[in-house]
Design a protein around this ligand. Structure first.
Ligand SMILES: [Cu+2]
Length: 535
């Protein structure tokens, strides 16, 4: 399909709006073509938007040159033009031909533009908010200050409604990160991460490894959410399935009591449409590959609430990085499982020619759009799907064999529990018996850190849901999974299985208020958050 013929009408009230209108109709594949900054974009927009065939890396060298020539002092950075401009605003997203949904996006496009930074090199980003609602933009996975991080709970200033914030920070660490809204949505399914406010970030290391022919960024996302009572989220894909009896007994009896008292099941969220890079399966540009190519997929789950799976028939994924951090054991797997805000960077050796669906294992979700076609050169016909053999996902596969983590200076125990339908029909979530206040008022920190110390979090899930547990402004090392010690995997989101335990360690090396929460929007909005501060 020719994207240049798409007629998306976006208000053209300034030159900048025109620029972003063009950007919003660039072929989605350009996500992998390193459109590096607003400046590059201005240069490329006129020539490339309808060409759609720039060789990989075209704009990359240019960006590096621009970036080098602009290495600023802090004072200069206040004066210079920003490296990136993002605009938060309502815009249409054409998820299939003539099938247009309306949502809040970054710069009029879904996903938000790929932002490429260089590790350790200061950058300036201007975020304009063209909506009626104050916004937070969170730099997920980066070790930035609380002023930049994008979480009101930590004290980051809001981007005012019809206002702007210019932020200056030094991106780190290198790897695949993301940006997304950090607003509370509560019962509003147009707000927070139910909207289209998510985009990929890639921070280049000083010596970036190049063992691939091509990069492709994929953002998984559902549209048109609605509430239901009781859900059917897959629970049985995590291995090992070791449950802690005590947690199971507590969770099951709490649920039984609630239902016996006549409570309905708490609300869950489901979706009507499913997309990759904003397009339903079969309605976007295929990923065109050649036999023998090594394609590095950077996959981000931009969902507000869902855990996703992906398989590509006849191919395997060599996982290089989890949440942007290289893994010690480069194992190949047939299926990827990825919770909200998790990232997987995986190499696929294209050695099985055909036209295939890279898609979700769930027939319903794939049938409603969660997939993208992978088409080998010279092959035509209907894209094929075959279900992969049974497979259990475990982070432990990618860990350092036989290694154990360093000892921690202190351990915090955290038990997560659900109070069924207790908050006006929504499940209330507690950490050690306390729900984070839902009033928007600042809350005091629950856990206190001393700079330089290594902390262990013993995460105990007394519910049957899987929780993607996230820590802001730090990475953690997985040190125990379902009772088995592990080492060497650094992440910022961890899927914690129903009635399971895990341990993660982090070094308190980035002072300031630090938010900890479940990344499932319904859970974080209804109590599943806590704060760490530095004493
Ligand atoms: Cu959760």
């Amino acid at each position: 399909m020719n994207f240049c013929s798409r007629s998306i009408s976006i208000r053209r009230d300034s030159n900048r709006a025109k620029v972003y209108r063009t950007l919003s109709v660039l072929p989605k594949a350009n996500l992998s073509r390193n459109i590096t900054s607003r400046r590059d974009f201005l240069k490329l927009a006129g020539t490339a938007a309808c060409a759609g065939a720039l060789p990989p890396g075209t704009s990359f060298g240019l960006a590096a040159t621009v970036a080098r020539s602009l290495r600023p002092t802090f004072q200069q950075s206040e004066l210079r033009s920003p490296d990136y401009v993002l605009r938060i605003g309502a815009s249409p997203v054409e998820i299939a031909p003539n099938h247009i949904v309306s949502t809040i996006t970054y710069s009029g496009q879904f996903p938000g533009p790929l932002l490429r930074f260089k590790e350790g090199q200061q950058t300036t980003v201007e975020v304009h908010n063209d909506t009626e609602t104050p916004e937070q933009l969170h730099w997920h996975g980066q070790m930035v200050s609380t002023d930049v991080d994008g979480a009101a709970e930590e004290g980051t200033p809001f981007i005012p409604a019809h206002g702007m914030r210019r932020i200056v920070f030094t991106p780190r660490p290198s790897g695949f990160r993301l940006y997304h809204t950090h607003n509370r949505a509560g019962a509003d399914l147009h707000a927070g991460q139910y909207s289209g406010q998510v985009g990929p970030v890639y921070i280049e290391a000083k010596h970036e490894p190049r063992g691939y022919d091509r990069e492709v960024f994929l953002v998984l996302k559902e549209f048109e959410p609605s509430f239901s009572q009781g859900g059917d989220m897959a629970q049985d894909f995590l291995g090992p399935a070791t449950k802690v009896k005590e947690l199971e007994t507590a969770g099951e009896s709490a649920m039984k009591t609630s239902l016996a008292n006549g409570m309905p099941h708490g609300y869950e969220v489901g979706y009507r449409y499913f997309t990759i890079n904003g397009r339903m399966l079969g309605h976007g540009e295929p990923i065109r590959v050649k036999r023998g190519e090594r394609v590095l997929f950077h996959i981000l789950n931009g969902s507000a609430t869902e855990i996703r799976s992906l398989a590509l028939p006849g191919h395997s994924f060599q996982v290089l990085a989890l949440d942007g951090n290289p893994v010690p054991n480069l194992t190949s797997v047939s299926v990827l499982w990825i919770a909200t805000a998790e990232r997987i960077s995986a190499l696929v050796h294209m050695n099985h020619p055909g036209v295939w669906i890279l898609g979700d294992l769930d027939d319903g979700d794939r049938g409603h759009g969660m997939g993208v076609v992978v088409e080998y050169a010279g092959r035509t016909g209907k894209a094929q799907w075959t279900a992969p053999p049974a497979f259990k996902w475990s982070y432990g596969r990618f860990a350092k064999g036989g290694a154990t983590a360093l000892a921690a200076d202190e351990t915090f125990e955290m038990t997560f529990a659900k109070e069924n339908a207790a908050e006006e029909g929504f499940n209330r979530w507690t950490i050690n018996g306390t729900a984070y206040p839902m009033t928007g008022e600042p809350a005091p920190a629950t856990f206190h850190l001393k700079q330089g110390k290594r902390y262990r979090l013993r995460l105990r899930n007394a519910s049957d849901d899987i929780h993607p547990i996230h820590l802001h402004r730090h990475s953690f090392e997985l040190t125990s999974l379902a009772g088995k010690p592990t080492a060497g995997i650094l992440k910022d989101v961890l899927m914690l299985g129903g009635y399971q335990e895990a341990e993660v360690d982090f070094v308190a090396d980035n002072p300031g208020m630090t938010l900890f929460h479940c990344h499932q929007q319904l859970h974080m909005d209804f109590g599943f958050m806590a704060l760490f501060d530095y004493a």
